[in-house]
Design a protein around this ligand. Structure first.
Ligand code: SF4
Length: 288
């Protein structure tokens, strides 16, 4: 594993340690007492089923950031091809990428789809890096998350999900990533925030868990694995580690109605279109 790859929350083969960690922050929690114990229980069940995921696999934080932008609206297998092109061209550093013309960059990332637009997004990120952080990636990554997040969101092509993926997996700061998988799985489980906004979903997790970037990173990766393995568009409840604690798995909730809720909630999700397309094609839509 490279230095950019998040460390697993716990050593492989050991028992999930979340319950013990929770005890240290129990008194600080004010947000979602109704859901907190279930959010923790789901983590423990998924960790027991799938083990440490060790996200995000990348040769350094810049490659991780580039991957987070390229994975918008496409399957991860296509991102891997684009990253391989960039690597072969020696363009996976801010300085080397900056030296490319927009056309050269677009050609290299062509396999990721929407490549002209994504080239503009990558160049916009480089502009942010140059203008706010003197071109020094380590300065950007060391910036306080509450200051960096608005800067990322003000950058062309970076929405909440991408910004939080960068904050969590490249800068190792505790921002929980919400995507269509998360909304779908937890809506089916019957664990929903009061409002169906990105912020409401994010608060549900962040107020239910210790503020721990490694834990957040591991949990998001487990959700993605679970959504690919069992909680698909057509859920495979009979093979699901969560069937015993899931409203849908227990037959208390209709999937069809649930799907409508998730579709509405995820209407502006950066990944939702690709989620549907890639799942139908049996493709990965995130690193694995
Ligand atoms: S029991 Fe079914 S609906 Fe519930 S989380 Fe598992 S796969 Fe999804």
């Amino acid at each position: 594993m490279t230095e950019a790859t998040p460390r697993p929350v716990r050593p492989e083969g050991s028992k999930p340690a979340l319950s013990a960690a929770i005890a240290t922050v129990e008194g600080e929690r004010t947000g979602h007492p109704r859901h907190a114990s279930r959010v923790r229980d789901v983590y423990d069940r998924l960790a027991a089923r799938y083990g440490p995921r060790g996200w995000w696999p990348a040769d350094g934080p810049f490659e991780m950031i580039v991957g987070a932008i390229l994975t918008q609206r496409t399957a991860w297998t296509n991102v891997e091809k684009a990253l391989a092109n960039l690597k072969r061209a020696g363009a996976l550093s801010p300085a080397a990428m900056r030296a490319l013309s927009a056309g050269e960059l677009a050609d290299l990332i062509r396999p990721s789809g929407f490549y002209r637009g994504k080239a503009r997004k990558l160049l916009a990120f480089l502009d942010l890096l140059d203008e706010r952080f003197d071109g020094a990636l380590e300065r950007l990554l060391a910036a306080p998350g509450d200051e960096l997040r608005p800067s990322l969101l003000a950058t062309h092509g970076i929405g909440e999900e991408t910004a939080d993926a960068i904050l969590l997996y490249a800068a190792r700061q505790p921002f929980f990533v919400i995507d269509a998988y998360t909304r779908r799985t937890f809506s089916r489980l019957g664990i929903r925030p009061g409002g169906d906004t990105y912020n409401a979903w994010q608060r549900l997790f962040e107020e239910s868990l210790p503020r721990d970037a490694a834990l957040y990173g591991e949990y998001h990766a487990l959700i993605v694995e679970h959504a690919k393995d069992a909680c698909r568009a057509e859920p495979l409840c009979d093979r699901c580690a969560l069937a015993g604690v899931c409203e849908t798995g227990l037959g208390r909730h209709q999937v069809a109605g649930d799907e409508r809720v998730v579709q509405d909630a995820a209407a502006d999700d950066e990944q939702v279109e690709d989620l549907v397309v890639a799942e139908d094609a049996g493709e990965r839509v995130r690193p694995a």
